[in-house]
Ligand binder design. Sequence first.
Ligand code: SF4
Ligand code: SF4
Length: 260
Amino acid sequence: MSQVTAFLTDSTLCIGCKACEVACKEWNQVEADGYDWSGFSYDNTGHLGHSTWRHVSFVEHAPEPGVGGNDADLASWGFESDVCKHCENAGCLEACPTGALTRTEFGGVYLQSDVCNGCSYCVVSCPFGVVQKNVKDGRAFKCTFCYDRQKEGLQPACAKTCPTESIKFGPIEEMELIAQERIKELNSRGMDDVHYYNPTHTSVGGTHAAFIVRGDPKQYNLPPNPEVPTQYLKDGWTGAAIGAGILLAGSIFAFLGTKR
Ligand code: SF4
Ligand code: SF4
């Protein structure tokens, strides 16, 4: 097995306790989010951001057979603990002009806050809306994949804390095998709406944080076709170069014409 690691977050095991959010804050000394309620959910943190590196979304399912709980007559809650995806092709890393974002030996994308100049290019280049600038501090922040813990042979704080083992962590190949087995098991128990989310077919090229969810992944802010914005740069530069070439040729032609 390689030392390249990944999270596998199995939402079918999540009970919405938010212990992962708290453990992340404690270990990484991230500030509290306060007690502001969205008015739409019992979830008070709302989304990933500079002070929320793990976010447990609460999704209420209307009564619908096969989705959420076991009783088709009752509404039910779905929970999913979201995190930075640590993308194979990371838009944040490609966009950063200072080298603050780097790839670690474990495959994660690490943001060195002491090198960040606060330009926010990474913020607009993340297809998942993960990274955010702390306007009070002036720098961007996101999940570090607990690089300091991994260096010591420990698992990230969220995975260590999760009481239901909804967050699994380990060598990436092992996580993929566990996901395949778990999906087979859930299917055999009649859960036909289970999805494995890891966008390998997109420009993101796969992630180091995959998910098992029931129902439509979009409900959990997992877009079906995330795109790395910089994939269009090559086409843009090629178009600009062709345009400049045509302009230059036209100018030379016009100049030679006036000389005659
Ligand atoms: S999810 Fe966003 S912040 Fe995380 S590695 Fe991918 S592009 Fe960067
Ligand atoms: S600690 Fe585990 S069970 Fe609790 S909210 Fe996080 S992922 Fe869900």
